[in-house]
Design a protein around this ligand. Structure first.
Ligand SMILES: [Zn+2]
Length: 350
């Protein structure tokens, strides 16, 4: 079968599509015939050696979030799952720690990432534990499911991190920074679907045309390190700040601005990382205004089921920026560096 292989750490330029043996599912695992897989910023940065968690284990078949059809099952997996259309949750929790047994899989400290620490789905076939292969509705396309399975559950988890399972009250104003990326778009869409008034923050020059139709009530622009510009633009719309700010950039400067913009007893939730991550904070933000800063990098199983449910119901329509062939994977990763598109770059495998 074909597989996009990373021979050593050093970035997507090293990726080569090679012929390798088709893997076999072990106990508790499923073999998926891959139809589509996303291309992710995080993946690109970790491949290149950015210190954003455990480094990539090489050589490796990449591809975090494949979707497809279960072709075979390993020992202990119900035979009925063969033929099921599924999407893979990239972060694979251990299943046995205190966080996992409590249903807080997002916080499992022993989790690994399929496509970074185990062979992923930028290939004709992939093997994953069956518990991270979530069913997708027949109405949802494989590319759309690949665009959704990582970002939409994390967007939901970010909201629940702040407000618990019930989420926020309809009409709550939410600021989303980095609103044109895959996660940012998902944050805009999920917040709008849940009744928020969404203020979408985007880097100047990024394509913003579709954001209002995706649910953004307002769009504000900022230059590359323009925290002051972001602050003043949001204050024009929400003079007392926003109760919830979701950051999909990982930029220290923008997270600092989001914290300052967070209103009384409100929340800033960060779910992205950049090497340029440092910022200074006035700790009186936390004391005098009771604001909370949350860190988030994955989703619970409940968030995945509920997120895919929002997609199945048509309340969230995943945005596929473009579809490319597996052989074009280097160009696809190159595209994630450019800020000229909105939503997710997806590889169509078959
Ligand atoms: Zn665990």
């Amino acid at each position: 079968m074909r597989a996009a292989r990373l021979p050593e750490a050093g970035g997507p330029d090293l990726l080569r599509v090679e012929q390798v043996g088709t893997p076999a599912p072990g106990p508790g695992e499923v073999l998926i015939e891959v139809h589509a897989v996303g291309v992710n910023q995080l993946e690109r940065q970790v491949m290149a050696g950015a210190p954003l968690g455990r480094p990539v284990l090489v050589p490796r078949t990449v591809g975090l979030d494949p979707t497809g059809v279960i072709a075979a099952v390993g020992l202990g997996v119900a035979e009925e799952r063969v033929g099921e259309r599924v999407a893979v949750k990239p972060n694979v929790p251990c299943g046995t720690c205190d966080f996992c047994t409590a249903g807080h899989e997002a916080d499992c400290s022993s989790q690994y990432v399929s496509g970074i620490h185990s062979d992923g789905g930028a290939a004709d076939y992939v093997v994953v534990p069956e518990r991270v292969a979530f069913p997708i509705a027949s109405s949802v396309g494989y590319a759309e499911a690949a665009a959704a399975v990582h970002s939409v559950p994390i967007a939901l988890h970010m909201i629940r991190r702040a407000y618990g399972p019930a989420g926020f009250a309809p009409g709550t104003t939410v600021l989303v920074t980095g609103a044109t990326g895959a996660l940012g778009v998902a944050c805009v869409q999920v917040c709008a679907a849940l009744g928020a008034r969404v203020v979408a923050g985007v880097l100047k020059g990024e394509p913003t045309g579709d954001l209002p139709s995706l649910g953004a009530a307002e769009v504000v622009e900022y230059p590359i390190d323009g925290s002051a510009e972001l602050e003043s633009a949001v204050r024009d719309i929400a003079p007392r700040g926003v109760p919830l700010a979701l950051d999909a950039t990982g930029s220290g400067a923008l997270i600092g601005a989001a914290l300052r913009l967070t209103s009384w007893a409100g929340h800033t939730v960060v779910a992205a990382a950049l090497p340029e991550s440092a910022f200074t904070v006035d700790t009186r933000n936390f004391y005098t205004r009771r604001v909370t800063l949350h860190g988030c990098a994955a989703a619970d199983f409940t968030d995945v089921r509920d997120g895919l449910g929002l997609v199945a119901d048509g309340r969230v329509s995943p945005v596929v920026a473009t579809r490319m062939a597996l052989e074009d994977i280097r160009e696809a990763f190159e595209m994630t560096k450019r800020r000229d598109h909105l939503g997710k770059v997806v590889l169509s495998i078959r």
